[in-house]
Design a protein around this ligand. Sequence first.
Ligand code: NAP
Length: 287
Amino acid sequence: MKSTIIGTTQLLGVIGYPIRHTLSPVIHNAAIAALGLDYVYLPLGVNPEDLAAAIAGLWALNVQGFNVTIPHKQTVMAYLEEITPLARQVGAVNTVWRTDQGWAGTNTDVEGFLAPLKSLGRSWSEIQVMILGYGGAARAVVAACAQLGCQEVMVAGRNPETLAAFIQSWSALQIPLTPLAWDDLTQYLGKTTLVVNTTPLGMAPHEDQTPLAPEQLEQLPKTAIVYDLIYKPRPTRLLALAQAQGLQTIDGLEMLIHQGAIALEQWIQQPPDINVMTKAALEFLGF
Ligand code: NAP
């Protein structure tokens, strides 16, 4: 972290509720310190009923920008003067910055999700994706799959009405989306080349859980990639089982770091050091 906060120090932060488990101050302050910049990044717990007052207060306090996490990613959009087309597509904003007209917002989760996939240097047009879950993170994954031009994007969820509404919400875009009932997903694993877990299964306090059982993972082609958005524990039970079967795996840490790095670059107008941010996160998480 910046060693001394002085009169000129510029303010950044993250709003969420609860906020105590956020890793963002760790990675952002490490990057700021490495660049020797006069900024500090703060955790800001904002109760949902106080959101309007908090956003006005951040403006009045001359905060330069902030991240947005659960439960404010959708509701914050009502307070922004400008929203990028990507964030509108996803339906959620996680990064906000000042403009002369007011707050502007975008979504950096999509690029964050794509970063580890792009580094694999594979062709994505033949890829059949299965997304497990249909919450906020799944929306960023669908937008990312659209950018990759994936051949088919299957979305598995346990509530048929919520799943249908999720699929319907993308109808204006020509994304090849297929809804899958959770209990039926096994029969589609044989053609799946990228599985993405966006459910909390495997995350504390459910570390012993996995969205896919070993016998289901056996159905995947040997070239399949298993991507879990969870970053702690490392590996999750899902990724440990996939690794035991020789499958390629990706965890959520790289996504977390990259979405943060893109946000920080928006605020400080220079690229932060990804390695510094990753090292800080790993040290903090005890890995
Ligand atoms: P969310 O909006 O609450 O969505 C969670 C989804 O999981 C919902 O569709 C929910 O379905 C489903 N789900 C929950 N329990 C389930 C179960 N037992 N079986 C089947 N489906 C179940 O949460 P989110 O914001 O999308 O976040 C999801 C996960 O992604 C979290 O673990 C979060 O930490 C992680 N994440 C990571 C990053 C990163 O940078 N690495 C970024 C964003 C999110 P129902 O509605 O039916 O309950």
